[in-house]
Design a protein around this ligand. Structure first.
Ligand code: ACO
Length: 363
């Protein structure tokens, strides 16, 4: 028995692996994929079909995605109600995804759901910022539309490339908490929206995807108030608090995703005059390694990237969801094919042999 299923192999998958500290998607190491500089459509296709796409398949996927980036008026009216307060965007996303069922009672295709989730995420951000919801660019990839639908501006080629790389590294991670949640839910033979709603609920937690928001808030506080990171960290660790963006259940020496993100964080920080975020991050990384032997995870440098791209801390986890949705959809499909209910056993540690008579006598 281990707490938190540490080290337990809970099922089989062909979608991704983290064996020996290397992250691979359907056989391809992410470093190799990153070198190809694929757009996110390639990553989606790989996760959903377990092979790389042909040129025509890629074009078709892109068309299907853009075609589906639309929400009907009745749904939009409800979304506006949900997003009246610019608070708790992940809770709003959770509710909004669960509501998607009202516009498509039967399960949509993975492509259509991925597209709808993106338009919902960008709509939540726009509504919070008091802006109108935009329609997607017709001939643009998913990453371009993600940035365009938020900012209203077509991103620079370098921003588009970096966003595609960010989406790539967040797309899947074998049996992480939200994906496992999606699989447990799918194993009951329920619908896709229910699986995604459950997955979003798990991703939102600060020990999982919600950590990137906390990293953003920490860096904002340190850079705005010019607080020395070491003093801040000493205080937090003394109080027994965890430092968000550090530590990982699987990776103990380095997180392969973080390595890719760190160089883009530096590049964007230099370009956008946010070097204070990057330099503060470097100081935190050094201290955490020296004091605790803890490594930065995917949520650490992604925070600086999102900040440099113009996002606010409470929007960061939405961006994570825009990518991980592809992984969830792949795992939901695979779990359905395996057609087995996930239902482990537990070790009972409560009392036994309590006498009802004793209870009644005390009433
Ligand atoms: N800050 C301070 N101490 C930490 C941190 C941290 N970020 N992470 C782990 N530790 C300490 C623990 O307190 C524990 O110390 P102890 O042995 O003295 O009790 C020890 O390191 C082992 O930590 P666990 O929590 O047992 O390790 P586990 O593998 O269960 O947890 C987790 C991994 C949940 C990610 C943890 O490192 C953590 O909470 N990190 C901060 C939140 C975070 O960044 N989450 C994002 C993870 S990546 C993702 O989900 C996309």
């Amino acid at each position: 028995m281990t707490n938190g299923l540490t080290g337990i192999v809970a099922g089989q998958t062909s979608i991704s692996s983290t064996n020996n500290g290397h992250l691979i998607y359907a056989g391809y190491p992410i470093e190799q994929l990153a070198k190809m500089q694929p757009n996110f459509e390639t990553t989606m296709f790989l996760l959903w079909h377990l092979r790389l796409p042909q040129e025509t398949e890629l074009t078709e996927l892109q068309q299907q995605l853009t075609h589906n980036m639309v929400l009907p008026a009745n749904y939009l009216a409800l979304l506006k109600q949900i997003c009246r307060e610019p608070e708790a965007p992940m809770s709003q996303l959770r509710t909004a995804v669960s509501l998607l069922e009202i516009i498509s009672p039967a399960d949509l295709t993975a492509e259509a759901i991925q597209a709808k989730v993106l338009i919902v995420i960008t709509a939540i951000i726009r509504l919070h910022r008091g802006q109108s919801i935009l329609t997607p660019l017709a001939k643009a990839d998913y990453a371009t539309n993600l940035l365009y639908l938020v900012t209203g501006k077509r991103p620079q080629p370098r921003q588009q490339l970096i966003e595609n790389q960010v989406l790539l590294v967040h797309a899947d991670h074998e049996f992480n908490a939200s994906t496992f949640t999606a699989r447990v839910t799918a194993s009951t033979a329920t619908d896709t929206y229910s699986c995604l709603t459950a997955a979003i609920a798990a991703l939102k937690g600060p020990l999982h995807g919600g950590a990137n928001e906390k990293v953003g808030l920490m860096l904002e506080e340190l850079t705005t108030n010019k607080r020395p990171p070491v003093l801040y960290l000493k205080e937090k660790l003394k109080q027994g608090e965890k430092i968000m963006g550090f530590g990982h259940r699987i990776y103990k020496k380095s997180d392969p995703r973080e390595k890719l993100l760190k160089k883009y964080a530096k590049e964007l920080a230099q370009q956008t005059n946010h070097l204070d975020w990057y330099q503060t991050s470097i100081e935190i990384e050094r201290y955490m390694w020296a004091q605790k032997h803890l490594i930065p995870n995917v949520d650490f440098y992604s925070a600086t990237i999102y900040h440099c791209l113009g996002f606010k801390a409470d929007e960061f986890t939405l961006l994570f969801a825009a990518s991980r949705c592809a992984g969830w959809l792949a795992h939901i499909k695979e779990q359905r094919q395996q057609a087995t209910l996930i239902r482990p056993s537990s070790e009972y540690i409560g009392p036994r042999h309590l006498q009802m008579m004793t209870y009644e006598a005390n009433q």
